[in-house]
Design a protein around this ligand. Structure first.
Ligand code: MRU
Ligand code: ZN
Length: 204
């Protein structure tokens, strides 16, 4: 993979995410895979809607270490987990939207199940609204090592696809490249909005 065009696409995706209001007040983080061993991750604490290429820090996927000594995202461990679990994953996007934050609290189960929506087909491999798509849902944790261990254990037993929700926190999703990760993000956020509206209207 040539990283430079992917990094340029990631920077553009971050600006797009910022313009949508999906990474308010420095929330969210984004990364792209560099090769088997390294990824480039957004620096912690920055406004993700106005990142430049220089705001991405090289991180070792196996150790979470940044050779430069700079401080990558507080949620680095979730990005590197995805790159370890899925060798095909080329980019990871984490956002804080109102819909993902609220829906992940309202849904008490271990997954948000999406069914009956044509837009499920924005997710790679999905071919029909009749199928169910389960987006795994984990309780939030400030201890990212503990959280990533919990997610890794889950992934050993249950397929983890497209992304996962952290309760009261947001969505982390991925794709084979920046374009696919962006499509998954936009598709999932559309589906979350539909699901939120459906639950509101159907509530007695
Ligand atoms: C702005 S509070 C949100 C953070 O705690 C975290 O969840 C987040 O998404 C951004 O952290 P960051 O370290 O900038 O990547
Ligand atoms: Zn976050």
């Amino acid at each position: 993979m040539t990283v430079l065009p992917q990094l340029d696409q990631l920077v553009a995706a971050c600006h797009w995410i910022g313009a949508k209001g999906w990474a308010p007040a420095t929330g969210g983080n984004m990364s792209v895979r560099q090769d088997d061993s390294y990824c480039l991750l957004s620096e912690s604490g920055k406004d993700k809607g106005s990142l430049t290429r220089d705001d991405f820090i090289q991180v070792e996927i196996a150790s979470n270490r940044a050779p430069s000594g700079r401080t990558p995202s507080a949620e680095t461990g979730l990005h590197t987990l995805i790159y370890r679990l899925f060798p095909q994953a080329g980019a990871v996007l984490h956002t804080h939207t109102v819909n993902s934050t609220v829906l992940s609290r309202v849904e008490k189960g271990a997954a948000l199940v999406l069914q009956g929506y044509e837009m499920q087909k924005t997710l790679a491999g999905q071919q029909s609204h009749l199928d169910s798509v389960s987006i795994a849902l984990f309780d939030n944790d400030q201890d990212i090592d503990a959280l990533s261990q919990r997610i890794a254990q889950f992934a050993q037993q249950t397929p983890l696809r497209y992304g996962f929700l952290l309760r009261g926190h947001g969505l982390t999703c991925w794709g084979k490249d920046v374009n696919e990760a962006k499509r998954h993000l936009e598709g999932l956020e559309f589906l979350f909005l539909c699901e939120m509206q459906r639950r509101l209207l159907e509530a007695k």
